[in-house]
Design a protein around this ligand. Structure first.
Ligand SMILES: Nc1nc2c(c(=O)[nH]1)N[C@H]1C(S)=C(S)[C@@H](COP(=O)(O)O)O[C@H]1N2
Ligand SMILES: [Mo]
Length: 437
């Protein structure tokens, strides 16, 4: 057990992990089977406190107090991100470092599929973007400089979230970057509307999809292969908030985030927001570029049992991301004194939808209290929430946060439906709090 991560152990066999770690007998029937008192003493000993609401604690779930075991690693321009892979570079942001209302560039997660282009010596105004494709009336090559002078500028705060955010919790495990909760960011972006550029290039009536190609290269080094080329249906591409951006928080785009220019279609898996943009393709069919087909960024069209193999033709392209939230203050593992209310805050978002309500629980979801929830600064920006909780006695607690969107869809308490590639885990975020007398 020494050589195996807690997450790996829980992912493979949560009941066995409970047993190994806590020495308790667990019901094998249900992953959510409640704890038996045998292991309680062991768990309380490791955590270092009693667990007042232990009777509600689901089995097979890593206590939030122990769930953040990865070490921080440094990447130029970043602060406190956790590296998941260094080739290609993938790094996520711990929840408490996402506390700012507008995410600073230093805290925006990084998801690369290939090797970024070398751009340190380019003239950004001279960067060329080709607009072409079956549904493009007048194919054009435009420089970024021309795009900046010809079209109206827009600045919006927009959230981007990787489709695989939360993947690390699926069981059986899904291959790919083992994101926990940190593949989400909501900086402010400046650019022009994608729609304005598409109209200028004479988008025809048979346009179905708008896709990107980019300047990064495939990991294999094969110049004929692209690392990723995805897109969105025309209705999403022509929304007011779909942009071609060159600035993040008023500064040129950082190299890791697509310098000098990227596409940005918020609320959908961030894989539709192509970095290092070189081509905009107006397609007369669903785009068939790299990572559009097969099982990439697709979910089973109908729910499947955990571990099932799903044929490609039964996998559907992910569109809007599901409702989700984070507790960004306090940091998990905080110690507080009994008798003092604890202020909490965080963000909530729901893909293309609005978040309508936000609730928190201190008793493993047995009861919930309503938080104050603000409106987004603009459509497709995350929303801020605050609340204050009081604890009845000293001991170990978990705070769970749960958002509900305007269509009445809530976050699942533990895990949503399993899927082969481990997408769309929007389970409640949990933090550990130790209350001392
Ligand atoms: N050209 C290019 N664009 C890309 C990617 C990439 O690897 N290459 N990764 C995509 C994926 S999967 C995600 S989640 C987001 C991540 O954006 P970020 O690194 O700016 O946070 O960029 C998307 N755009
Ligand atoms: Mo992604």
């Amino acid at each position: 057990m020494k050589n195996r991560g807690l997450h790996e152990l829980y992912a493979e066999n949560p009941e066995l992990a409970d047993e190994l770690i806590w020495g308790r007998e667990v019901e094998t029937v249900s992953r959510r089977g409640f704890m038996k008192s045998g292991g309680l003493a062991a768990m309380a000993a490791v955590i270092g406190a009693s667990i007042p609401f232990a009777r509600y604690m689901p089995g097979g779930l890593i206590p939030a107090a122990l769930a953040q075991s990865n070490e921080a690693f440094s990447i130029p321009g970043k602060s406190g991100l956790i590296i998941l892979n260094d080739r290609p570079l993938n790094a996520e942001t711990p929840a408490h470092l996402l506390d700012d209302p507008v995410t600073p560039a230093s805290r925006v997660f990084v998801r690369n599929n290939g090797v970024p282009p070398s751009t340190w010596d380019i003239d950004p105004l001279d960067w060329r973007i080709t607009v072409e494709g079956e549904a493009c009336g007048q194919p054009k090559v435009m420089t970024l400089g021309e795009i900046q002078t010809r079209f109206k500028h827009h600045t919006l705060q927009l959230q981007i979230e990787c489709g695989g955010n939360g993947r690390s919790e699926f069981n059986p495990p899904a291959k790919g970057n083992q994101w926990s909760t940190g593949a989400i960011a909501c900086p402010e972006w400046t650019g022009v509307r994608l729609r304005d550029v598409l109209e200028d290039c004479g988008m025809t009536d048979d346009a179905v999809y708008v896709a990107y190609e980019a300047a990064d290269s495939h990991l294999s080094g094969d110049p004929t292969k692209q690392p990723i080329s995805r897109g969105v249906p025309v209705h999403k591409a022509v929304e007011d908030e779909s942009l071609i951006v060159w600035a993040m928080n008023g500064e040129p785009l950082p190299e890791l985030h697509g310098y000098p220019v990227r596409m940005l279609c918020a609320g959908w898996p961030a894989s539709v927001s192509g970095k290092w943009l070189t081509h905009i393709l107006l397609r007369d069919r669903v785009h068939d570029g790299e990572k559009m087909t097969g099982q990439s960024y697709r979910m089973p069209c109908e729910p499947v049992p955990p571990g099932a193999a799903v044929a490609d033709e039964n996998m559907c392209i992910i569109e809007s991301m599901p409702v989700r939230s984070l507790i960004t203050y306090p940091k998990s593992g905080i110690e507080v004194s009994l008798g003092k209310p604890l202020d909490l805050r965080g963000h909530a978002w729901a893909g293309d939808s609005l978040v309508k309500a936000m609730v928190t629980s201190i008793d493993f979801g047995a009861s919930w209290q309503k938080a104050k929830l603000r409106k987004p600064v603009n459509r497709l920006a995350w929303q801020h929430w605050t609340t204050s909780v009081e604890f009845p006695e000293a001991g170990y607690y978990e705070i769970w946060a749960r958002a509900e969107d305007d269509a009445g869809r809530s976050q699942p308490m533990v895990l949503p439906g399993w899927n082969p590639r481990g997408y769309l885990n929007n389970a409640c975020h949990r933090i550990a709090v130790m209350v001392t007398a």
